[in-house]
Design a protein. Structure first.
Length: 276
């Protein structure tokens, strides 16, 4: 029986002194796709509609980075430190060449990994993210989202105020709650504080000539929401203009969680891109 995000067994691998939790979804394809999550996000924050559909064309790996969710260890305060663990995870499992899907903070890691080439990367997808030196409003947006006291903070964080976007956001949240066993816990400030520092420091870096982006030769699909308040869509255009081999798609009436608002469309775009 094919595994899904909701049913996959949690496994563990030792990486750099930490025991990292991960799950494999789908058949054992030659193609491997490694997913890297957003600020404070765990394996269980991924959308099953996205993960399970991508597992039809690639073996998908989701994992909790050091200190996050079901993994132990200490959460690094830098993007590079988190990328060290992601690279160690890929190497420890002997995955060989992989494709990457990095959402938000995970997209920062993907950029670092593609630039320094410590592991073999075929293609990568960067969703709702920003380049080094990019525009971010993390603390302001998170504070405002919690102040709204919504049923789930992801509704104001990931989706626009429109009735359509909010309705699609509610169905996304329902999908993420289907798995009822062995769920990855939210560890609060021990994760959010170092990750927030890493995001703020990344976006405060001076790189006026975008040399970091220009050094990334990996074919890249950039996906962004038209109304992302955390990392405005100008970030996506900057990445598109400065990466040597990038494609840009911006979804209408979409916020930070555009990939979860339109899962079928997103999966279709990613599938076409991966199979080029």
């Amino acid at each position: 029986m094919t595994t899904t995000l909701e049913t996959a067994v949690t496994e563990y691998v030792d990486v750099r002194g930490a025991k990292l939790a991960y799950r494999r979804i789908g058949h054992r394809f030659a193609r491997k796709l490694v997913l890297m999550q957003h600020f404070t996000g765990t394996m269980d924050a991924w959308d099953p509609a996205v993960v399970n559909a991508l597992a039809e064309v690639s073996e998908v790996f989701v994992f909790d980075n050091a200190g996050v969710g079901l993994s132990n260890g200490t959460t690094p305060e830098t993007v590079e430190g988190m990328a060290d663990y992601a690279e160690g995870f890929i190497s420890a499992l002997g995955l060989g060449e992989v494709d990457l899907l990095g959402f938000s903070l995970g997209g920062f890691l993907a950029q670092v990994m593609a630039a320094r080439k410590h592991v073999a990367i075929g293609r990568m997808v960067v969703a709702g993210s920003a380049p080094a030196g990019g525009e971010e409003h993390l603390l302001k947006v998170v504070e405002e989202a919690f102040a709204k006291k919504a049923a789930d903070v992801r509704l104001p964080l990931f989706f626009t105020p429109s009735a359509k976007s909010q309705a699609l956001g509610k169905t996304f949240i329902e999908r993420t709650l289907v798995r009822s066993h062995d769920r990855a816990p939210d560890k609060g400030d021990t994760v959010s504080d170092p990750q927030a520092k890493s995001i703020i420091d990344w976006c405060a870096r001076l790189d006026p000539d975008h040399q970091s982006l220009r050094s990334i030769k990996t074919p890249t699909l950039i996906v962004h929401g038209s109304d992302d308040t955390m990392f405005p869509s100008g970030n996506a255009y900057t990445m598109f203009k400065n990466m040597p081999d990038a494609t840009l798609i911006i979804y209408p009436d979409s916020g930070h969680g555009a990939l979860f608002q339109q899962p079928e469309t997103f999966v279709s775009h990613v599938t076409i891109f991966l199979e080029l």
